[in-house]
Design a protein around this ligand. Structure first.
Ligand SMILES: Nc1nc2c(ncn2[C@@H]2O[C@H](COP(=O)(O)OP(=O)(O)OP(=O)(O)O)[C@@H](O)[C@H]2O)c(=O)[nH]1
Ligand SMILES: [K+]
Ligand SMILES: [Mg+2]
Length: 367
């Protein structure tokens, strides 16, 4: 039996087993086995491409990458054509787009890569061919735009989320707060700092020893995590990224449907053909990428507000200095900062100061 068939078997067994206190242990082990097989499947396919990964060969460019993922003919290419200078063929038949097509978005002075991808269908993650390649490419993005046909909305969202999860993508959530420290001896030591309602020590030990052949480790739970979250930590090949759910073609549905979709978490309704809500979409993309604009101010001059330096959230004074000149940190003394990251305007800060969006920074070098 091939790996894909084994996966199907276990999925079917999990689906037909009713979840309760008596079965949760068994289901936990099955999930562990399933995760192992899925990782094996991912590894196998990347070996075939000589460790190159499965993804489409498109260079990253700009400050971030946003991937368009969705069923065929939901309007991904039409969206790329409307928001960027790039032309990607759009048409009324399914699977019009056959490869990855990059375009540039300009938001708040930042250049962001928008990546059009072929449409995918249910089973893409375990099937052969382009579906896996699409999701592998989505794994390299900083944000996923899940584009859907509002007339089919909720089902598409559920099915696609499952496909992405199968390939190790976790949307709109943080990595679980679990640490697993592999040891040489001493057995498995299990501790938690909070009461656990989803897993037991027995289950954790069994998943570690059966599926991972790990018999000596310190396991620490700092949150009430589920068995799926434990498996995510054990498998270790997960990517965590934000996702915006785009319900497109709202020109085709009732106002009640629009109202309903708009209220779903991380969601937006658009009509590409009628250019409805596209400005708000750009604003949502910006917010979810968490980029930071920083303006530099030369001594004795006004800051240059037309040319922000674009940094990732979590950027410090050091990062902006490195952006100005590679040897800047050698002569860095301190910096003055104006903006939301400081209490006093300006405030003197050191090299590890955390910058906020729209801060102004004046670097003072050692004389
Ligand atoms: N009514 C309506 N039609 C739209 C909208 N956006 C796109 N379309 C139409 O939907 C069809 C498919 O659009 P594409 O942009 O090719 O869709 P796609 O998701 O890129 O499709 P694939 O590349 O085949 O996966 C085209 O006929 C578009 O004109 C919209 O907002 N409303
Ligand atoms: K199409
Ligand atoms: Mg397309």
């Amino acid at each position: 039996m091939g790996v894909a068939e084994k996966i199907k078997d276990i999925e079917a067994e999990i689906a037909r087993t009713q979840y309760n206190k008596a079965t949760e242990y068994h289901i936990g082990l099955l999930k562990g086995k399933l995760a192992r097989l899925r990782t094996q499947l991912l590894d196998e396919s990347s070996q075939k491409t000589k460790g190159y990964g499965l993804s489409f060969d498109v260079m990253k460019s700009g400050s971030a990458r946003v991937a368009l993922v969705g069923f065929p003919s939901v309007g991904k290419s039409s969206l790329l054509n409307t928001l960027t200078e790039t032309e990607s063929e759009a048409a009324a038949y399914e699977f019009t787009t056959l490869t990855a097509v990059p375009g540039n978005l300009y938001i708040n002075g930042a250049k962001i890569q928008l990546l059009d991808l072929p449409g995918i269908i249910e089973g893409a993650a375990v099937g052969k061919g382009r579906g896996r390649q699409v999701i592998s490419t989505a794994r390299t993005a900083d944000l996923v735009l899940m584009v859907m046909d509002a007339a089919k909305g909720d089902t598409q969202r559920r099915l696609l989320t499952h496909e992405l999860e199968t390939m190790g993508i976790r949307l709109n959530t943080r990595p679980p707060d679990i640490t697993i420290d592999i040891k040489k001896t001493g057995g498995i030591k299990f501790t938690s700092t909070v009461p656990l309602t989803h897993v037991t020590e027995h289950m954790v030990k069994n998943i570690l020893s059966h599926e991972h052949k790990c018999h000596h480790a310190h396991v620490l739970f700092r949150e009430d995590a589920t068995v799926d979250q434990l498996i995510d930590v054990l498998e270790g090949n997960r990517v965590y990224m934000p996702c915006v759910y785009v319900y497109n073609k709202i020109d085709n549905v009732s106002i009640d449907a629009v109202d309903y979709f708009s209220r779903q978490p991380f969601s937006i309704c658009t009509s590409v053909t009628n250019k409805m809500n596209l400005q708000y979409l750009l604003a949502l993309i910006w917010r979810n990428l968490g980029l930071v604009r920083v303006y530099t101010k030369p001594r004795g001059q006004q800051p240059d507000l037309d040319e922000p330096v674009i940094l990732r959230s979590g950027a410090t004074t050091t990062n902006i200095c490195q952006g100005i000149h590679k040897d800047m940190m050698d002569v860095f003394n301190y910096a003055y900062v104006w903006g939301c990251s400081v209490k006093h305007q300006p405030q003197k800060v050191g090299r590890d100061h955390l910058l906020a969006d729209e801060d102004v920074v004046q670097v003072m070098t050692r004389s």
